[in-house]
Design a protein. Structure first.
Length: 293
């Protein structure tokens, strides 16, 4: 990785050094500080420039990275590996994945959104209908998943609902802002007419398996994740609802070889068998086009 000094970065970008320092102060340019000096990775500057290019209507972006971002799911991780599609994963939450996808950085993103006023509504489709930058996108069904409260074996606190979590001051492990499970938690709290501040907060966990591990270690009493996560780590599971878990991609990328390899794999017997083994998945419509803008 080539690192540019402030003067080199200014020359590279054809800006004055004073402007570079202003952009650093505003957090508007990729940079790092080492031993008191600001340095600028040239590769990051190139990506930053490419992301900000204004294109004429109809002009496609350059090819995105072969990465599926968004939400974490153990069945998706397995399918990416076993399908040999060549796509990698970057699990950082549904909303973060959507924004990275919208910037053209990744080929697809996995999403499971929930509306605050109706946790069971099809928020994945609603998002596509509402956003103007999804006009050339397609929603591919991956599965329906059963989400619920993870609890210790035997459910010692007798948690059966969000009301029980609140009444018993159960320590709730939470997901980062914008993660699908966190959106579901906020919807449940809204339905109960309670603010998030009323929760007894447990640790912040990047993924469902991290929530399960926090419960096993005694750092949390409960948290929202899928039935498959509970089964894999020997926890009890209190069901909440079934949700659509979809892959969002551009129509042009849907027909590329890696995407087609994955989609075809989702329609096969091996995928259905694995989903049944893990539990908590309905893959009857896997690989089907659920919505096209």
């Amino acid at each position: 990785m080539r690192l540019l000094t402030t003067s080199e970065a200014a020359q590279y970008l054809r800006l004055k050094e004073r402007k570079i320092y202003e952009m650093v102060a505003e957090g508007a340019i990729p940079c790092t500080k080492i031993t008191g000096r600001w340095l600028f990775p040239q590769s990051e500057l190139d990506r930053w420039l490419a992301a900000s290019v204004q294109r004429p209507p109809g002009m496609p972006r350059s090819d995105p990275a072969g990465i599926i971002g968004g939400s974490h799911d153990p069945l998706l991780e397995w399918a990416l590996r076993e399908s040999r599609c060549g796509l990698a994963s970057l699990a950082e939450g549904s909303e973060a994945g959507i924004e990275r996808f919208a910037r053209g950085e990744i080929i697809a993103t996995a999403i499971h959104l929930h509306a605050l006023d109706d946790a069971e509504a099809d928020a994945n489709v609603a998002m596509m209908q509402a956003r103007g930058d999804m006009q050339d996108a397609v929603l591919i069904g991956f599965c329906r998943r059963e989400q619920g409260f993870l609890v210790a074996p035997g459910n010692p606190m007798k948690i059966g609902s969000i009301a029980d979590v609140l009444a018993k001051s159960a320590r709730m492990a939470q997901r980062p802002k914008g993660a699908g499970a966190q959106l579901l938690l906020l919807a449940l709290l809204q339905q109960a007419k309670v603010t998030p501040e009323k929760l007894s907060n447990g640790p912040m966990c990047p993924t469902g398996p991290d929530i399960a591990q926090a419960i096993r270690a005694g750092r949390a009493d409960t948290g929202i994740a899928t039935r498959s996560v509970a089964a894999a780590l020997g926890l009890d599971f209190v069901p909440i609802l079934w949700e659509p878990f979809d892959l969002l991609m551009r129509q042009r990328d849907y027909f590329r070889e890696p995407s087609q390899a994955l989609v075809q794999f989702l329609r096969g017997v091996e995928f259905r068998t694995r989903a049944n083994e893990l539990g908590g998945f309905d893959v009857s419509a896997a690989g089907a086009v659920r919505f096209v803008n």
